[in-house]
Ligand binder design. Structure first.
Ligand code: MLT
Length: 408
């Protein structure tokens, strides 16, 4: 009989969001009249920008002509999109990133897992706790961890607790690590990192020859002009960091799928024989073999994000969701609940009231207010006693959810 990948058997439970979906489905089946409001998974709700839709429609028409038809595209993405990204997302902010170093893909979730293909086993890995579960689960699946303990933490990982006590800032580990996952603005806590904090990480990584995997999927939500949007705003980061970006949350591409990974040229790793190998070449090889690129139509839509009209529409979308976040923060605070995040990120991280644990509060909110959120403990042991509400929803639903919570 065929053998299975035993690493999957080490996974604690279902992936967090399907598990929430399962509980919500069970509740809905038992209570078909309940009008649920979903502030759980961070999925956008507002329509795609007109500029993106127009570009996608023209691309479809082009594909209907002999001259404009496109078959397989470059695995790394079309040059015109990579150039727009390099220019507007990086060079405009003073980051020395070229189009060649941008790899267009169908999602940051996939890329942040797939990157493990080019990294060896035996790396000591650091993650924050709480953390976006994909970083941990993909390492478990790839056999890069031990078994999970009673506290749900996996052997072999270095957990960096982030909580109100340390201002939700991951502290530099006391032991040397080789691979560090950082996500800023942070999912799930909504915290941000200053340039000084990122500089400390870059200095650490360069000193210890470690690699930072920097997830900047929520950078568009940063409101303070002094906060860094990219790790490459920090000097020396080209030598020690890979960055993930996405069109999902800023331009509403969760359903259309487009993202990018930046792998700087000259960023090195070590082979078994001790020689140094450029990661760019390995990622390029990996993508060329296992990926056939994002569709031409979607890449044209993503390119339109960089047009004047696209920029204005994206700004309006971000402002809309950030107003939702402000409403959530204000209403929860007025209800006496301790809130964090939601100022530079579309997530509000709250302390569960009355000492309830995260899943009890999930059930309480679901049953009594018919509001779905995400239990903090689903993001890690240090998330216990916290809860995440997403600002991605219509204004009407956010207002209604807050009214229901107020009346609890
Ligand atoms: C979340 O809710 O944490 C996000 O939707 C996850 C994701 O973008 O994959």
């Amino acid at each position: 009989m065929v053998k299975v990948n035993g690493n999957y058997l080490k996974l604690k439970a279902g992936y967090l969001f399907p598990e929430i979906g399962r509980r919500v489905k069970a509740f809905s089946s038992a209570n078909p009249e309940a009008q649920l409001i979903r502030l759980g998974i961070g999925d956008v709700t507002e329509p795609l920008p007109q500029a993106c839709r127009d570009a996608m429609k023209s691309a479809i028409d082009e594909m209907g002509t002999a001259e404009g038809f496109h078959g397989y595209g470059p695995e790394q993405g079309y040059a015109w999109l990579r150039e727009a990204i390099a220019r507007d997302d990086f060079q405009a902010r003073g980051c020395e990133i070229s189009a060649e170093e941008i790899f267009v893909s169908d999602g940051s979730k996939c890329d942040s897992s797939n990157i493990l293909d080019i990294l060896g086993s035996g790396n000591r890995i650091a993650v924050t706790d709480p953390v976006y579960p994909v970083y941990v689960d993909s390492n478990v699946m790839a056999g890069r961890t031990g078994e999970s303990g009673d506290d749900g933490r996996y052997g072999g990982l270095t957990y960096l607790p982030i909580s109100a006590d340390n201002g939700f800032a991951a502290q530099i580990p006391s032991e040397p690590v080789d691979l560090i996952y950082l996500c800023y603005p942070n999912n799930p806590t909504g915290a941000v990192a200053t340039k000084a904090q990122l500089k400390a990480w870059v200095d650490y990584a360069r000193t210890n020859k470690a690699l930072i995997l920097f997830d900047a999927a929520y950078e568009a939500f940063i409101q303070d002009p002094d906060l860094p949007h990219s790790i490459y705003e920090i000097e020396g980061a080209r030598d020690c960091a890979i960055e993930f970006r996405s069109f999902s949350k800023n331009a509403g591409f969760t359903g259309t799928r487009c993202a990018l990974t930046v792998v700087p040229k000259g960023l090195m790793g070590k082979a078994d024989d001790g020689s140094e190998v450029e990661l760019w070449g390995l990622w390029n090889r990996r993508q060329s073999t296992k990926f056939n690129g994002v569709s031409y139509i979607i890449q044209r839509g993503a390119e339109a994000v960089y047009s004047d009209a696209g920029q204005q529409e994206v700004k309006a979308l971000v402002n809309f969701y950030m107003e939702n976040a402000a409403i959530i923060r204000r209403e929860l605070s007025a209800a006496g609940i301790e809130v964090h995040g939601g100022e530079h990120a579309p997530y509000v991280w709250l302390k569960t009231p009355l000492g309830m644990d995260s899943w009890s509060f999930f059930d309480h909110l679901l049953q009594k207010a018919n509001v779905v959120g995400t239990p903090g403990s689903g993001f890690g042991a240090a998330g216990e006693g916290y809860f995440r509400l997403s600002a991605f929803n219509s204004r009407r639903n956010v207002d209604e959810a807050m009214a229901r919570i107020r009346n609890l």
